[in-house]
Design a protein around this ligand. Structure first.
Ligand code: NAD
Length: 416
């Protein structure tokens, strides 16, 4: 596939898939089977607003591949969540679950909606409406949703309740639930914590450490916030953070606990008294050692890649780097820890949550963290080894590892 700067998100993911397939020696027909989503559901999501008016949104559930286990992937409420984006994210989940070695396939869901001004009642009604629409194709052994952008444990609780009203008891139908409803200790923090566990491994195996290592984080939601907390815990200096409302910066390192309290109170990092305000656009190009994009897709692109100062990028967000920007970073020797490895901590602890629901047995937070560390460390070791073997980037190596595992499962099933 030809590299272009105007690739759609799904084309971008398939660009890396194709390169990995080439590396792995896959035939054209096998590639077509592995790249094509198994099922794409487009649904109408009606919502009665608090003022009595009736809105209608469009939602999707894309089931990309289930050769290695049930379809698995989050649900996103975002105005950009169209079919192409949801396809791209579903495909990334297929390769991510394989890289992590958890027995799931890949899926993703989304509604094209901006819920910023929604009341809790409206958010609940929207979630129930969407759950009814996709209810027949999800289930504890078929397709298991989880939180993503603008959805959280509360949204998963409403999804669970609506599903169970339709289909009977089944807590394993969704992960990222509140602990009181069968959620796992450590799930909320897992994606952000996982980013830092992988960063630690990258530095350790390269002879570095967290000491005097500065980090900038774009996005202070579920992923960005927990990445910041874990980074400080492990001795990194988080010097800049942004969200949709603005950005803040402090050379000596931000007080992340105080910043978190400020965000809980005001809804944004903007206006945090313990730091200097900065232009949110400058966050990505600020002078730091490590950059963690943890918000939306496509933010590292042709327009800013030449100005990126960090020598390591840890992709907390899904698909934050466009293919052309990724090539430019590789040419410059910037280490990009790809999304399908860096943010795999979320789906890994989702797997632990699903296991606990099936076992009807709760694990301790320590056990979750120990096993998460083991899974991510081993995934990084496998990806690093593939990068060394092929002399390629960590992204191409991660795709190669993921594609190899899905290929093996598909061959054993006889589907390719
Ligand atoms: P979230 O909704 O909890 O937080 C998103 C954050 O990004 C918010 O702070 C928001 O203000 C900020 N943001 C949105 N648009 C922005 C912009 N244009 N510039 C700067 N900041 C912006 O979402 P999340 O769950 O933290 O997900 C963030 C990313 O991580 C997404 O790409 C998601 O797919 C990915 N991810 C999430 C999980 C998970 O477990 N939640 C797992 C793997 C990957």
């Amino acid at each position: 596939m030809e590299l272009r700067s105007d690739m759609s998100p799904f084309e971008g993911v398939n660009y890396f898939f194709e390169r990995a397939a080439e590396l792995n020696g896959l035939s054209d027909s096998d590639r077509r089977v592995l790249a094509t989503p198994t099922r794409e559901m487009r649904v109408e999501v009606p919502l009665r607003r608090d003022d009595g008016s009736l809105d209608v949104y469009v939602g999707y559930r894309v089931q990309h591949d289930n050769a290695r286990g049930p379809y698995k992937g989050g649900i996103r409420y975002h105005h950009s969540a169209d079919l192409d984006e949801v396809r791209a994210l579903a495909s990334l989940m297929t390769w991510k679950t394989a890289v992590a070695g958890v027995p799931f396939g890949g899926a993703k869901g989304g509604i094209e909606v901006d819920t910023t001004d929604f009341s809790p009642r409206e958010l609940q009604a929207l979630t129930r409406s969407y759950t009814r629409a996709i209810g027949d194709i999800i289930g504890p052994t078929t397709d298991i949703p989880a939180p993503d952008m603008a959805t959280d444990a509360q949204v998963m609780a409403w999804l669970l309740d609506e599903y169970e009203q339709l289909h009977g008891l089944g807590p394993a139908v969704v992960t990222g639930k509140p602990i009181a409803l069968g959620g796992s200790p450590g799930r909320e923090a897992a994606t952000g914590t996982g980013c830092i566990i992988v960063l630690d491994e990258v530095l350790r195996t390269g002879g570095g450490s967290s000491e005097n290592t500065t980090i900038a984080i774009q996005g202070f939601g579920n992923v960005g916030r927990w990445a910041a907390i874990e980074a400080v815990e492990r001795g990194y200096s988080v010097v800049a953070v942004s969200d949709i409302g603005g950005a803040v910066h402090l050379d000596g390192g931000l007080d992340v606990a105080a910043l978190t309290a400020h965000v809980d109170e005001t809804g944004s990092v903007a206006g945090f008294a313990g730091a200097d305000a900065m232009d949110a656009d400058q966050l990505l190009t600020t002078d730091v050692d490590v950059l963690v994009p943890a918000a939306i897709g496509g933010v590292i692109n042709d327009s800013n890649v030449g100005d990126i100062a960090a020598s390591i990028i840890v992709e907390g967000a899904n698909n934050p780097t466009t293919p052309t920007a990724d090539e430019a970073l590789a040419d410059r020797g910037v280490t990009v820890v790809p999304d399908i490895l860096a943010n795999a901590g979320g789906v890994t602890v989702s797997y632990f949550e699903w296991v606990q629901n099936i076992q009807r047995f709760r694990w301790s937070e320590k056990r979750v963290l120990d096993e998460l560390t083991e899974v991510l460390t081993s995934a990084y070791t496998d990806v690093r080894a593939a990068a060394d073997q092929h002399g390629c980037s960590l992204r191409l190596a991660a795709f190669s590892v993921g594609v190899e595992r899905v290929t093996e499962a598909s061959r054993l099933r006889g589907t390719i």
